[in-house]
Ligand binder design. Structure first.
Ligand code: PMP
Length: 430
């Protein structure tokens, strides 16, 4: 993910000269910016999906008066928890108990007992003293890194090159010095750490599972470096919580290094199936962010029903590995079947299967044909979300995909691969 670049405006110089800059044509500016985006092939069209209770990953796809049944293969509701009976019952219960909205910011009447319970649950999940809720994972990254970077005097933030836009924007917003280290490259990270005086406050920001390539960070080794050079560690586990570790606390739990990471950040909107974001850390750090982060302080709290649903989801996944195991089986099955027909995919150790097309037009074409001819919805991932030449279909098998769904997907991909004359060889052999 890249942070949004500024729009490059083709100015109407004649107009500006004659009438001065106050004659800005706002609607024209919007139109031209969007046309530019379309010319570059980066204009996004959203799929209008209607989900049906108990039938996920099936949905109704609507387009210009047409409605068709589709199977979704690119959802981040990774475990289908968005439709889990425990989650729904908790949300219905909270709605009936306390109504729709929280009614205020956390500071001014918006902290309900459901929020308090959820923060206790999250701190316990990650084995930390405390947790802090935000309205989304994006806001939690932006607000926390923005606050730590701005408020710790002389802070230097060392950011992995593939960090999510929310981290990049938060670091930029903080105006702290930013050093970008090569993705997952410990040697490069150490070189940068060595170049800084030991007394300089430092924070290493990185992710566990990277969302587009599905590769995983060497968390323990990064903690070794952080300890050696006295740096704080900030770990985004958005694509891991619920799915890795014996209690679903993420890759740091799986690797036995949760206690060595200073700040663990996560989302409630992916494997937990609801919405919201959070950090967990020491009491002092959480209290510091709670007290200084404007992105936390000046916004309405999440609805209590969302908090109650999240508690139910986390509690369920803490004690049930059924969903995680079923997901891992589906992922292994799809990888094996793709290898069997030579369709290239990144051989990463996670649940994300990036099928590599390597051409933006073919990537969009395959996605369109999957939808039109096979009732399969997979959003194409093109530049600027991923580098040019690495256009892909990002497939996320879940416990709720059936063997028949899998047969249809593999058959359709095989036919389209042939039709598009795409090379067939496993990525590992390239
Ligand atoms: N971090 C990463 C790595 C992400 O991929 C995303 C969202 N795709 C976020 C943070 C933001 O999380 P949320 O969707 O809860 O805002």
């Amino acid at each position: 993910y890249a942070a949004c670049p500024p729009v490059r405006l083709r100015m109407d110089t004649e107009r500006t000269e004659k009438k001065g800059p106050e004659s800005m044509d706002y609607q024209g500016f919007f139109k031209e910016s969007l046309a530019q985006l379309r010319d570059e092939g980066n204009y996004r069209v959203f799929a209008d999906l209607e989900r049906h209770l108990g039938q996920f990953p099936k949905a109704t796809f609507r387009n210009a008066g047409d409605a068709r049944d589709v199977t979704i293969w690119c959802s981040n509701d990774y475990l289908g928890m968005g439709q889990h009976p425990d989650v729904l019952a908790a949300m219905h219960g909270a709605l009936d108990r306390c109504g729709a909205g929280a009614g205020g910011t956390r500071n001014i009447s918006g902290t309900t007992h459901d929020h308090v319970e959820l923060e206790i649950e999250l701190a316990d999940l990650h084995g930390k003293d405390a947790a802090l809720l935000f309205t989304s994972g994006y806001v939690s990254n932006w607000a926390t890194l923005g606050t730590l970077g701005a408020k710790i005097p002389g802070m230097v933030i060392l950011s992995d090159a593939l960090n999510h836009a929310s981290m990049i924007e938060g670091i930029r917003h903080s105006k702290a010095q930013r050093i970008v280290w090569k993705h997952n490259d410990l040697t490069d990270l150490e070189t940068h750490l060595q170049s800084l005086p030991l007394e300089t406050p430092k924070l290493i920001a990185f992710e566990s599972v990277y969302s587009m390539d599905g590769d995983i960070a060497p968390i323990g080794a990064i903690c070794d470096l952080a300890e050696k050079y006295n740096a704080l560690t900030y770990l985004d586990e958005v694509h891991a919580v619920g799915m890795y570790g014996p209690r679903g606390a993420g890759v740091a739990e799986r690797d036995g290094v949760m206690d060595r990471v200073d700040i663990i950040q996560g989302t409630l909107g992916k494997a937990f199936g609801v919405v919201g974001g959070y950090i967990t850390a020491s009491t002092e750090l959480v209290d510091f962010v709670r007290s200084f982060a404007s992105g936390f302080i000046f916004t309405t709290a999440l609805p209590p029903a969302v908090a109650a649903g999240a508690v139910a989801s986390i509690k369920h996944l803490k004690q049930s590995a059924v969903e995680r195991h079923a997901q891992q089986e589906r992922v292994a099955d799809l990888r094996q079947r793709l290898d069997g027909i030579g369709i290239p995919h990144i051989p990463n150790p996670s649940h994300i299967i990036p099928v590599m097309v390597g051409d933006p037009v073919k990537c969009k074409y395959i996605s369109d044909r999957l939808l039109a001819d096979h009732g399969i919805y997979i959003q194409p991932i093109n530049y600027p979300t991923v580098p040019k030449g690495t256009e892909r279909l990002r497939i996320t098998p879940s416990p709720v995909h059936t063997a028949a769904d899998m047969d249809r997907l593999v058959g359709a991909l095989e036919a389209l691969w042939a039709e598009c004359h795409l090379a067939r060889k496993p990525m590992a052999a390239q």
